[in-house]
Structure formats: C-alpha cells, structure tokens
Design a protein around this ligand. Structure first.
Ligand SMILES: C[S@@+](CC[C@H](N)C(=O)[O-])C[C@H]1O[C@@H](n2cnc3c(N)ncnc32)[C@H](O)[C@@H]1O
Length: 310
C-alpha cells in the first residue's frame, strides 16, 4: 500500500519532503518519522514513545506478579480481563487469546455481548461491499481490525493516538501474519496526516466514544474521507452516566447526528439495539473497573452510523 502518496503535514497541511523514514514539512518545518514500523504523526507525545515496551502496568512489578502468580481459577472476571490485556502488552498472544475468550463473556451482560456482536458484524458486512481505501480509526488492541482482517482480504490503514497500543498492535499483527496487510499510523483523529478526500471509507468500533472533541474530529474526517461506517454506543439524554463524559456530542445519538450533519455529512443510523448494561465489576487486584462507563446500571443504544460526505 502506497501511503506516502496521500500523506501531508497534520498541523499545517503542507507538502512533505520524504526521505526514507523521515517526513519533513516543506511549509512549517515540522518533522515526523517512522518508528518501530509505525508512522508517527503525533504533533506532541514524545514522552509516550519513551515509555514504549514498559507494558500495560508500566513497570508495576508487584501487580504483574499477582496477576501471573494467582491461580487462574481464582481470578475474578475483571482480573482475568486485565491479565489478558497485560499479556497482550507483553506479547504473549496465545495466552492473551485464551484468557480473553473466557473473560469477555463474563464481564459484560449477555445483552451487551449480543448487541456488540450484532453491530460489529453489520459494520463488517457493509465494509465488505465497499471498494477503495479503508482506515480503521482508533484501532486500540485491534479487536475490530482482527474481525475485519479475518473475513476480508483487503489491506487496511490503522490509526490510533496511542504509541503504546500501536506498538503492541504491531507485534500482534505480526503474530497473526497480518503485518503486511496493515499500515499503522499514530495520529490524532482531529489532526490526520492525510490529503483531502484521500480515503474512501473510515471505520471505527467505539472509537468516537473514547475521544474528546466531536466537532473538530468530524470536520477532519469530512476533510479526508468520503464515507464513515462507525460502530457507536450511545446514551439517552438525561442518563446520569453522562456526568462522566467530556463531550456529550460523542455520547448522545441525536447530538452525534446533528454534529455530523453540521460538518457536512448525510447521516443514517442503522441496526439500533437497546441493551441493559451494568458497570464492569471491580478488579480484586487493582481495585479499578476495566471500563469507565457505565458507572451506574443503564441502557445503552448500540448503533451502526453510516455517513456520506455531502
Ligand atoms: C476502546 S478503544 C477502541 C477499540 C478498538 N476499535 C477495537 O476494536 O478493539 C479506544 C481507542 O481510541 C483511541 N483514541 C482515543 N482518542 C483518539 C484520538 N483522538 N485519535 C485517535 N485515536 C484515539 C485510544 O488510544 C484507544 O486505543
């Protein structure tokens, strides 16, 4: 995949002078580079690259030891999930996959799991009908990307703001034999290093609900791409859990739609499923909940959002 031909400076949109693994902006002078196989287009975030390889626990050996040494049968579902994530960051992918399979169904309500599967399968079905370039935005640990690569033979561009998870994903893709099918870019969704209308479809699985700035992101996606196929989880207006989010636009369906429309998208919601959800249980080892939301039991709406550039 020739990524170089669609790249530009994410800050000033200037042309890039490309020399091997370095990308220098001919307008603002900023320079970017490819590190450990991943294109780094973060405007800031040098510190995050510095901690690469420290793993999920960032060197907290005491916790790591407890997760590794506690009899697996005695671990609560949340501890199992955290252990699986820890193993992913350590590059122990066979154990990650085995434990994740046990933890995932146990940590969420059956309604949550089935709604999530339905919206994910639906998005993948739609993506298989698309031609042209696909960006998987906010790939994280690559759950959705994994599903997409399994059923389709397409090459994908993966974008995430986190160097740490992108580095982990690089190792995971290599383990799966998919490193040649995915080009990875570290960048902020609100400041992408791509030329205008250079991407055919942007997809994301619950990526938007982990971002901060709806309007700015939607505008940027409209600039670079022609279509969006997004798996989203929304709350009703008045849901007490909205007190814990920074931008309601990304969490309430009708605000989300309005903001997308305002930034030049024609929007439809498909395959809407309401599901009762509970806070994820507290980890006995770390005393935290794996998911920040919900904080109190509620009903989430799982939706496939389809948006076409006007
Ligand atoms: C819950 S994960 C997404 C799950 C993932 N799509 C999957 O299928 O496994 C959320 C991801 O969003 C990424 N993210 C948050 N803000 C972002 C931004 N502004 N631009 C790009 N990625 C972002 C985080 O780094 C994190 O990896």
């Amino acid at each position: 995949m020739d990524l170089n031909s669609i790249l530009q400076c994410p800050e000033c949109h200037g042309e890039l002078f490309i020399a091997q693994n370095e990308f220098n902006c001919t307008v603002c002078g900023r320079s970017y580079r490819k590190r450990v196989g991943v294109y780094d287009f973060l405007i800031s975030g040098e510190d995050q690259w510095a901690t690469l390889g420290n793993g999920f626990m960032n060197g907290q050996e005491e916790w790591e030891k407890r997760f590794l040494e506690t009899d697996e049968a005695k671990l609560s579902p949340s501890d199992l999930l955290i252990k699986a994530i820890m193993l992913w960051y350590k590059g122990d992918f066979p154990q990650f996959e085995r434990i994740m399979k046990k933890a995932q169904p146990a940590i969420y309500t059956p309604e949550y799991n089935s709604a999530m599967k339905s919206v994910t399968d639906y998005a993948i079905e739609l993506l298989q009908k698309e031609s042209g370039s696909i960006v998987d935005l906010a790939s994280g640990m690559g759950g959705f990307l994994n599903d997409l690569l399994t059923v389709s033979s397409r090459d994908i561009i993966s974008v995430d703001i986190s160097p740490t998870s992108s580095f982990g994903l690089r190792q995971y893709l290599s383990y799966k034999g998919w490193d040649n099918r995915v080009v990875q870019v570290v960048a902020d969704a609100a400041k992408l290093p791509f030329k205008d209308k250079s991407i055919d479809v942007i997809t994301t699985a619950v990526g938007f609900q982990n971002m901060q700035n709806g309007m700015q992101t939607f505008k940027e996606l409209r600039r670079v791409s022609k279509k969006l196929i997004a798996v989203c989880i929304f709350m009703e207006e008045g849901d007490p859990n909205l007190a814990y989010v920074s931008d309601k636009t990304l969490h309430v369906g009708k605000y989300f739609k309005k903001a997308l429309e305002k930034t030049g998208w024609e929007v439809s919601f498909e395959n809407e499923i309401s599901a009762r959800v509970e806070p994820t249980p507290v980890s006995e080892i770390m005393g935290i909940r794996p998911d920040k939301l919900p904080v109190t039991p509620t009903t989430f709406k799982f939706v496939d959002v389809i948006a076409t550039a006007l």
